[in-house]
Design a protein around this ligand. Structure first.
Ligand code: UDP
Length: 237
């Protein structure tokens, strides 16, 4: 979709963990306030859409414990993203950032339906969009939702804020010698099986020539730096 304005259009993927302090679950006001401030400062000079995950509340079949089937577990995960989106909306509005929550699942008493043209209109009017409900389908993740929505709205880049500094050649939490990669192609990332994003999401970005930047969520100012085109973390192109 062609943009009318010269402003960059950015899709920011935040995992649900962005709304909670490390080691905890659910939503904590302190973390929520912090991330809202980071988003507010990043949103000043760009059109910003956020895809929020749900893993801080419910992580699909992993939390189902063998009792809740895959589809219901995934549906619960999608509902968790709606809860997070509403929390983030309130936190942003609390600091005077206009927002709209658009959902992929029918829950229209709480939020608008995702309609691509409406989403673009909101961005053009300077509202921060929060995409909730993932793709609206079980068996997917919010990474795939981020790749999909970014492609649909014609985003210039997908920013993925994570728990570590970027993409490593092995898991830095398990291997202290893991090396941070500054640039890597989609093909290399897929063939090396790097675990920073699910393969379906990565493949969609590759097909649509959508660059991805992965960086540390916990470093203050990082979201703004990535929006401004600073070379932090890892670029996948
Ligand atoms: N989910 C889903 N379809 C989607 C997006 C999410 O079924 O399109 C479910 C899935 O169970 C997933 C959960 O919602 O585990 C929470 O999303 P995700 O794990 O991507 O959140 P994050 O880890 O980013 O917080």
């Amino acid at each position: 979709m062609k943009k009318k304005s010269q402003q960059k259009r950015i899709l920011l993927k935040l995992s649900g963990e962005a709304l909670v302090e490390e080691g905890k679950r659910g939503i904590t006001p302190f973390a929520l306030k912090d991330i809202a401030k980071e988003i507010a400062s990043a949103s000043k000079d760009c059109q910003l859409a956020v895809v929020i995950g749900g893993g801080n509340i419910w992580r699909g079949v992993r939390d189902g414990g063998g009792i809740i089937d895959r589809v219901n577990s995934d549906n619960m995960g999608m509902l968790a993203t709606v809860i997070n989106a509403l929390a983030l909306q309130s936190a942003l509005e609390d600091i005077n950032i206009p927002t709209r929550v658009l959902t992929s699942i029918n829950i229209y008493e709480l939020a608008e339906a995702f309609i691509r043209r409406k989403a673009v209109r909101h961005l053009e009017k300077g509202r921060v969009i929060i995409f909730a409900g993932g793709t609206g389908n079980p068996f997917f993740t919010t990474d795939s939702a981020a790749a999909l929505r970014a492609s649909e709205i014609g985003a210039d880049i997908l920013l993925k804020a994570t728990q570590v500094d970027g993409v490593y050649d092995s898991d830095p939490r398990k291997n202290p010698k893991a090396k941070l990669i500054s640039r890597i192609t989609y093909g290399e990332a897929i063939s090396k099986g790097l675990q920073f994003m699910d393969t379906a999401a990565l493949a969609l970005c590759m097909e649509n020539n959508l660059p991805i930047q992965v960086f540390n969520l916990h470093k203050k100012g990082n979201i703004k730096a990535a929006v401004d085109g600073k070379k932090i973390g890892t670029i996948i192109y």
